[in-house]
Design a protein around this ligand. Structure first.
Ligand SMILES: [Zn+2]
Length: 429
């Protein structure tokens, strides 16, 4: 049973210590590219070793590092729970930030900085919960692994994918806790507090459209000019009638909360195969000549498919919409074998519900489909049950501040969440 209330740890001091550690961690600008994570890996390794862990550092590239530590559990026959976080962050244009992105300033109860939300904050919550178990001499029911990876923000080639390809035997988790779920009062039409646990992602399918036509003089336009054809093709695709059936996980979200999803581009995206027009290019010369009709016009589309939708079938569907036009559509990314969402009727999900319920009695816990994707998908492909769970209640503006020039987290929630994780790791699952 969890030791909430009886633990000898001084949670106030531990919270202060955690904040100081997070600030120092944010101040190491581990920007990806190039995902130079030598300093962050060193930082985490030192903290782990000071607490008596032996931390293993793996070099996956010239400056890319991954850090792994292990806390053995009571039952060696159970496969581990993996606490997964990434050390790299996306770049920050300091001139656009109100507060400097790598200064880790606390203002009005919020810690500002690149990586606070995505995801050094959760990384340090995981670390502190992990260290706290050790300090309190608590042996968790199953082995817990702490893994900080090098490059989630560029697709994990030097991070989780490299670890899976080269050191799967050191991991082999049954369960994974990763980023992207959180507590919110704003995702649903009712003002209920809902902790959404990310159980699956959408499949990214990136497309390149190319329209061709006869080049000509701008004074004699035709319906078949390449840029005009491209625009017709794009509007057919963007305005196509949606026949997508919302996935089971979205039905489960609505059922658990007993309210419909609040209107928002995010809640719209997780109910459909979304298509975003992300670039348009045409023109002859630079800057393009206004009186020349080019023979080629191109566009890119970022499509995100619901679980169970076959990328090739989706591509064929779009191709059929523009079949009468001189437009080609090609895949621009490597389409992986999409892993289905993790089930949410598992012992770990139930343990999350119990733990959240103890700390936030009014909260409902719901599975979540995320609109983007995380490292979890590679672990789901390996058969692990992977959930995104960040134990913090966030207002919508804060929740969507990842990658923005106002990235931040509430300090009180950051500190409180460490205890939520600490309790969760002692649950039976
Ligand atoms: Zn992230």
């Amino acid at each position: 049973m969890p030791t909430t209330g009886s633990s000898p740890l001084d949670w106030n001091r531990l919270g202060e210590e955690a904040l100081e550690i997070l600030q120092a961690y944010i101040r190491i600008p581990s920007v990806n590219p190039p995902a130079d994570t030598t300093e962050t890996a060193d930082f985490l390794r030192r903290l782990l070793e000071e607490s008596g862990f032996s931390a293993q550092v793996y070099s996956s590239g010239p400056t890319q590092r991954n850090v792994l530590a292990r806390l053995p559990g009571r039952d060696p026959t159970r496969k581990p729970l993996l606490l997964l976080n990434h050390m790299d962050v996306v770049p920050a244009d300091a001139s656009r930030w109100k507060l400097p992105p790598f200064a880790a300033t606390v203002q009005d109860g919020f810690l500002w900085g690149r990586g606070t939300l995505d995801m050094k904050g959760l990384g340090i919550q995981q670390l502190m919960a992990f260290l706290a178990l050790q300090r309190a001499a608590i042996v968790p029911p199953r082995t817990v692994l702490f893994l900080a990876t090098a490059d989630e923000e560029s697709g994990g080639q030097y991070g989780i994918r490299w670890m899976i390809e080269n050191h799967w035997n050191d991991l082999g988790p049954e369960y994974v806790l990763d980023e992207s779920g959180f507590g919110t009062r704003d995702l649903f039409a009712s003002p209920k507090l809902v902790f959404v646990i990310q159980v699956g992602d959408k499949q990214p399918v990136w497309l390149r459209l190319r329209a061709t036509g006869r080049p000509g003089h701008g004074s004699i336009p035709t319906r078949d000019d390449a840029p005009a054809v491209l625009l017709r093709a794009i509007s057919r695709i963007l305005e196509r009638k949606e026949v997508d059936r919302p996935p089971e996980v979205v039905d489960a979200m609505v059922a658990r909360v007993g309210a419909s999803l609040a209107p928002h581009p995010f809640t719209d995206s997780i109910r459909r195969n979304s298509v975003a027009l992300t670039s348009l290019s045409a023109g002859v010369g630079s800057p393009p000549k206004i009186n020349v009709i080019p023979s080629v016009a191109e566009a890119t589309l970022d499509c995100r498919l619901l679980p169970g939708v076959d990328p090739q079938e989706f591509l064929s569907l779009l191709q059929s919409l523009v079949a009468d036009l001189p437009v080609s559509i090609e895949l621009a990314n490597e389409v992986a074998d999409p892993a289905p969402p993790s089930r949410w009727d598992t012992p770990l999900f139930a343990a999350i519900e119990r733990t959240v319920g103890r700390h936030y009695p009014e909260a409902v816990v719901s599975p979540l489909l995320s609109s983007g994707f995380t490292d979890s998908r590679y672990l789901r492909q390996k058969g692990a049950v992977a959930y995104g769970f960040m134990p913090m209640v966030l207002d919508p503006e804060t929740a969507w501040s990842a990658h923005s020039d106002s990235e931040r987290i509430p300090v009180a929630e950051f500190e409180r969440g460490i205890r939520v994780l600490f309790d969760l790791l002692q649950e039976e699952f």
